[in-house]
Design a protein around this ligand. Structure first.
Ligand code: DGL
Length: 281
């Protein structure tokens, strides 16, 4: 890989997602830290990642990471839970030291776990995620490490991403599938007092999720947590922070067509945007 090991001239903060859903996380980051430049890359041509194998998700994510490093990003956020669950650890432990020393990649799992660990009183926590995220057990492992007293109940919701992507969030079909998974989770453990929305798309189903989740249960939406932890990370790592350009510029790259990205992005991101096509490989 012929990517420079450092970013001598600095660059944007990179945001990677399997598609458009990561725009929910990016929106929260940009609202909190508007001074930085950002480069968002959505692998919309190959989305969704949620039901793919470990090897495929790792390979696709590494290609995205490499492409963002080629844009000069000193620091990347994997906004995608599935990619964070299945590829982040290998990229951090194996690929960064070997190919990209000096660059950093962060995920969305640890910020969410840290937040939930301090919120839950009953120490019984629920999680909604894609099949890939649930099967990876990444959240289970992170909780075991940071909050071993806490019990996590996971519920895979394979229909929720397609519902959001097809703009079906306010339909009887969405009601049916949201209620079904909320009931399944709460039936398993009625003392759950905190639930993580461990998928980029689920904030768009929040009104429905709230409708069916008991009123005392707190719902953790990842965007603001990730934004807060990023701010904290940048304060604690001035050597990375000084490489992050601060002209408030943003670029959007997609492996699909720019037109499709621009029109579908509206559901996830409140500003009009211009996208550019990129090939990964
Ligand atoms: N971005 C993915 C996540 O957060 C959801 C979409 C997909 O399955 O690729 O898990």
């Amino acid at each position: 890989m012929n990517v420079r090991s450092g970013t001598e001239r600095g660059g944007p903060i990179g945001i990677f997602d399997s598609g458009l859903g990561g725009l929910t996380v990016y929106h929260a980051i940009r609202s909190k830290l508007p001074q930085y430049d950002y480069c968002y890359l959505g692998d919309t041509a190959r989305t969704p990642y949620g039901s793919r194998s470990f090897d495929t998700i790792y390979r696709y994510t590494l290609q995205g990471v490499k492409a963002l490093f080629e844009q000069g990003c000193p620091l990347l956020i994997l906004a995608c839970n599935t990619a964070s669950a299945k590829a982040l650890r290998t990229i951090q432990q194996r690929d960064l030291p070997q190919y990209f020393p000096g660059r950093r990649v962060l995920g969305v799992i640890r910020p969410s776990v840290e937040r939930v660990g301090t919120l839950s009183q009953s120490r019984k926590v629920g999680l909604f995620g894609t099949s890939g995220t649930v099967r990876s057990e990444s959240y289970v492992l992170e909780f075991r490490k940071l909050f071993p007293d806490l019990v996590l109940y996971q519920e895979a919701c394979p229909m929720w991403v397609p519902l959001v992507e097809n703009n079906e969030t306010a339909t009887p079909a969405a009601e049916y599938f949201v209620r079904r998974h909320v009931d399944a989770l709460m039936d398993r453990e009625p003392d759950i007092d905190t639930i993580i929305l461990a998928c980029t798309h689920y904030p768009l189903l929040l009104p429905l999720i709230r409708k069916f989740v008991p009123g005392n249960v707190q719902i953790v939406n990842q965007g603001p947590e990730v934004a807060e932890r990023l701010e904290d990370y940048l304060q604690r790592h001035p050597e990375i922070e000084k490489q992050c350009l601060k002209n408030s510029r943003q670029r959007f790259l997609t492996t699909g067509t720019a037109e499709e990205f621009e029109s579908l992005a509206a559901a996830f991101f409140p500003e009009p945007l211009n996208a550019e096509h990129i090939e990964l490989g």
